[in-house]
Design a protein around this ligand. Structure first.
Ligand code: ATP
Length: 257
């Protein structure tokens, strides 16, 4: 059974069609990277996966069931802008992910549940290499460390699906390379299924097993809102590694033409 499927999925904002005719099946363990022109609906798609944007038409299914209309523990997310809370330490920021998810009414965990959550948080922070920064506050962390913390938060509930919206867009190239290694390791070790938006086509081909290009397949210059973007290329990078450089170049040219 596919893990995620879209059938005729569409997103409109009023009369503005942002996404249309999205049809795909994603198997467990795939690493899907998503590229496309600015404003073509990539983040909107990710938010539909997260459950914070409604679906206008069609279906978006996880294991054959409609995706819940709210975030859940099976889907972790990391955005480009650092999403950590400035008044909490590294450990506090990781614990809050569990507190918010498990204890909606009380807002806090107590006793053995809190101890278990602390152990889980320490484990996640060790996985992302922040075990020596538990008591630091976000302003004391580099950009790369803040994104490591955001990843630890996202993985706190052991999601099967990880949604990444340009998570490394603000980082220096050397740090990005470290983050690529981290995400690749976590993806393998935790058997995650990843959907990652990036503006960097080389990054898309380096990390993804599958690259999607979002673009409009039909356009009316007199009514630009009439048609939305869809997946215009769906490339199996894993099986065609040797073609990746020429495909990346072609996509880069298409996006800038
Ligand atoms: N809440 C909203 N209400 C109305 N229009 C919206 C809303 N959110 C996004 N849009 C519009 O939907 C379109 C797609 O936006 P989205 O952020 O998904 O694009 P994107 O491909 O992620 O862009 P970028 O690469 O610049 O981040 C844009 O035209 C945007 O203005």
């Amino acid at each position: 059974m596919s893990l995620v499927q879209a059938k005729g999925l569409e997103k409109h904002y009023g009369r503005d069609v942002v996404l249309e005719r999205l049809n795909f099946s994603v198997e467990p363990g795939e690493f899907v990277t998503i590229v496309g022109a600015s404003g073509c609906g990539k983040t909107t798609f990710l938010k539909m996966m997260l459950g914070t944007e409604s679906i206008t038409r069609g279906q978006l299914l996880v294991e054959d069931k409609p995706i819940p209309g709210e975030p859940g523990p099976d889907r972790g997310v990391v955005f480009q802008k650092y999403s950590v809370l400035p008044h909490l330490t590294v450990l506090g920021n990781t614990l809050i992910a569990e507190e918010l998810s498990r204890s909606k009414l009380l807002g806090k965990l107590f006793g053995s549940r809190r101890r278990q959550a602390r152990e889980a948080a320490l484990e996640r922070l060790t996985e992302v290499g922040l075990e020596n920064a538990l008591d630091k506050y976000p302003h004391e962390l580099s950009g790369g460390m803040q994104q490591r913390l955001a990843i630890a938060q996202a993985l706190m509930m052991r999601p099967r699906i990880l949604l990444l919206d340009e998570p490394f867009g603000a980082l220096d190239p050397g740090i990005r390379q470290d983050m690529h290694e981290l995400v690749t390791r976590l993806w393998r070790e935790q058997q995650l299924t990843i959907f990652m938006i990036t503006h960097d086509i080389d990054e898309a081909f380096a990390l993804g097993t599958r690259v999607w290009v979002f673009d409009k397949w039909r356009d009316d210059p007199h009514a630009p809102e009439a048609y939305g973007a869809t997946i215009t290329y769906d490339l199996d990078v894993e099986r065609n590694r040797e073609d990746a450089p020429s495909q990346a170049k072609q996509i880069e040219e298409d996006m800038h033409s």
